[in-house]
Design a protein around this ligand. Structure first.
Ligand code: 6R9
Length: 648
């Protein structure tokens, strides 16, 4: 770990920042000692229809897990993101859209956003969507994705955005679980010059999951021909032309659901993490302002996809609640060239740039020339999210991309946390490459050992959070018991993050990665169980075990051990076949990196797969496997070692 310390930049930079170290300390202390008072004041940054009188009503106590913020207040999230800005910034650009093709772009003002969202909302209403109904959004990175989300918010429908890279099977599971009858998609998506058949995928998903009473609203993106089911499918441009641009706001309780977002856990199917309205928006807006030191007039760009929580909180809700100009990028970092990010920064004079370590590492590997050919003088702040950033990539981001001028905010958070929990505040926090540094307001991190004993001072352990913050997920859609079991049962009385962590002598937090059976591939969460169940759904596979291993670009790679059915022979073609199968079942992000044929898996006598051993072999660290005497058949281990795929 790098021991380097980067102080807050001096001069103009520091003067402009919202908060310095003293202000952070004072506000942090107050947020912990008086959460009711602190969040009571912060919540007023939103426009409420009926102001709240109650602020925090939360319990992590086993048997009584309940999280409510601003529970007697009512508001409308879309009005907070759009309508209330119209008087002062109606003609300001709300969304800059940069197409995959560098010649395609669009700028949407707050006034235009208002009109388009209202029309979208009226289309939903015209087709029977009501408050509380679930709407599945399966769109590429086009402005309609934001219109669709905000249209749901305007009428109180609950959106479930599914990343456009997910397969029809994965989409079907999410439509089914959310019981959603209204799906918004596009004819096709475009990424890196390639077309993605979103409409066809939707048809395939509905053939699997549909009950026949769904409506599919289709945005025309490429205009190329797509399959069409009359009576079910509607063109968005035809529907929006038919409706009025006047759509009254629905009055929504602070604790009514805003969205569901599916994410992988250590067991079972992806879970529908549910976020509500008042607390979520308060937290997304506050963190967006302070963590990114956002000021009026800044051009802000988060490169995430709206299919992930980062896109929800930091492309759409946080920035728009703050009246920001948010850039939405349809493409990929390496198209048409490895300079694309920096060309976009120069074209739009981006001030704040937020991306993921996997992208930084890939661009670093391509060489400095792709960066240095651009100007980047508009950049003032850089951000990182999704996985731990290795100090080498951090230094490159800081020195080459940022030319040493721009602080880096390494923001640790999760789908379940709704917003950033641990991060530097750029005017307040000295930086250490690789550390997410210090907790945001209201966040009380703690480290516990496997027995739950609190580790004080400099220590390592499992990261838990002691008390609630307004952006926290409220439940898992349709399965509150699973919510309680997953997050509040391991270390009772606390929220368990699933991450391991180290705290140094300065109280800085260093996230070390997942301690459960979740792997983080290029910043995308995948449950090993999900990949295993995709593998065993192949007719020739008897059994499979999947673990993560260190990967230079992706952070973690997917390593699969596969046992075939009796009579099936292993061949190089099998590897291709199984790879294609997993891509079809889940999507390209779940493509196995390495697949090893396993005549048997190491199991205890009670039949439990010993993943610890499989992880070690996958890491090529098999010399110290620990105690294997409890294995039913220790001989299988030697075969796995002999045929390991990740030799150094
Ligand atoms: C926002 C997001 C959450 C998991 C999380 C952790 C990892 C995210 C990180 C980080 C180290 C950071 N993670 N940010 N690890 N440093 N700055 O990524 O949400 O997709 O739910 O993933 O990602 O392991 O538990 P999500």
């Amino acid at each position: 770990m790098s021991g380097k310390l980067y102080p807050v930049p001096a001069g103009e930079w520091r003067e402009r920042a919202w908060l310095d170290a003293k202000a952070y300390d004072a506000l942090y202390k107050r947020s912990i000692s008086d959460p009711q008072g602190f969040w009571g004041e912060i919540g007023r940054r939103l426009d409420w229809i009926k102001p709240y009188t109650r602020v925090k009503n939360t319990s992590f106590v086993p048997g009584d897990v309940s999280i409510k913020w601003y529970e007697d207040g009512t508001l409308n999230v879309a009005a907070n993101c759009i309508d209330r800005h119209l008087a002062t910034r109606g003609d300001q650009v709300a969304i800059i859209w940069e197409g995959d093709d560098p010649t395609q772009e669009e700028q949407i003002t707050y006034r235009q956003l208002h009109e388009r969202v209202c029309k979208f909302a009226n289309v939903l209403k015209a087709h029977g969507v009501k408050k509380g109904d679930r709407v599945t959004i399966y769109l590429p990175m086009i402005p309609e994705a934001a219109y669709a989300m905000l249209a749901c918010a305007r009428i109180g429908a609950i959106h479930s955005v599914v990343f456009g890279g997910f397969s029809p099977e994965a989409l079907a599971g999410r439509i089914e679980d959310a019981q959603s009858k209204f799906i918004i998609t596009a004819d096709e998506g475009v990424r890196g010059g390639k077309f993605i058949p979103l409409k066809k995928n939707t048809d395939d998903a509905l053939a699997k999951a549909g009950k026949g009473d769904e409506t599919v609203l289709v945005v025309r993106r490429t205009g190329r021909p797509v399959p069409w089911t009359a009576g079910r499918d509607l063109w968005a441009h035809e529907e929006t032309a038919r409706v009025s641009a006047d759509c009254p706001l629905a009055e929504i309780n602070a604790e009514d659901a805003l969205f569901i977002l599916y994410t992988s856990g250590s067991t079972g199917k992806p879970k529908g993490v549910l976020h509500t309205s008042g607390g979520y928006l308060t937290y997304a807006a506050l963190t967006h302002q302070y963590v990114f030191d956002y000021h009026d007039g800044d051009i802000y760009w988060c490169t995430a996809d709206v299919g992930w929580v980062t896109g929800h909180s930091y492309i759409v809700y946080g920035p728009l609640a703050n009246g920001a100009t948010t850039l939405m990028f349809e493409g990929v970092p390496n198209y048409p060239t490895m300079s694309r990010f920096w060309n976009v920064v120069d074209k739009w004079k981006v001030n704040i740039f937020y991306t993921a370590p996997t992208a930084i590492r890939a661009l670093m590997g391509a060489g400095d020339d792709f960066v240095k050919s651009s100007d980047r003088s508009s950049l003032r702040l850089l951000g990182s999210v999704g996985e731990p950033i290795n100090p080498e990539a951090w230094e490159w981001y800081h020195n080459v991309v940022g030319e040493g001028r721009s602080p880096i905010v390494d923001t640790w958070w999760q789908t379940e946390t709704g917003g950033i929990l641990i991060s530097p505040l750029p005017g307040a926090t000295a930086l250490k490459p690789g550390s997410a540094t210090l907790p945001f307001f209201g966040v009380q991190p703690e480290l516990v050992d496997d027995k739950g004993t609190v580790q004080s001072g400099a220590a390592t352990g499992n990261l838990v959070i002691l008390d609630s913050w307004p952006g926290q997920a409220r439940t898992i859609y349709g399965d509150h018991e699973r919510f309680v079991q997953t997050y509040f049962a391991t270390y009772p009385g606390t929220y368990f993050t699933g991450d391991g962590c180290r705290r140094d002598e300065d109280g800085y937090y260093w996230i070390t990665g997942r301690v459960d059976d979740v792997i983080n591939v290029s910043g995308h969460r995948l449950g090993t169980a999900e990949v295993e169940s995709a593998l065993v759904s192949h007719p020739k596979v008897a059994e499979a075990a999947v673990v993560g291993y260190p990967h230079n670009l992706k952070g973690q790679g997917i390593y699969c051990y596969v046992t075939l059915n009796a009579g099936e022979a292993w061949s190089p073609e099998m590897v291709k076949e199984l790879t294609a199968h997993v891509r079809k079942e889940i999507g390209p992000i779940a493509s196995p990196d390495l697949i090893q044929f396993a005549p048997g898996l190491p199991k205890t006598r009670s039949g439990k797969i010993m993943r610890r051993i499989l992880r070690k072999i996958a890491e090529d660290e098999y010399s110290n496997l620990g105690d294997i005497s409890t294995l039913a058949d220790p001989a299988v281990v030697q075969d796995l070692i002999d045929n390991r795929q990740n030799r150094r």
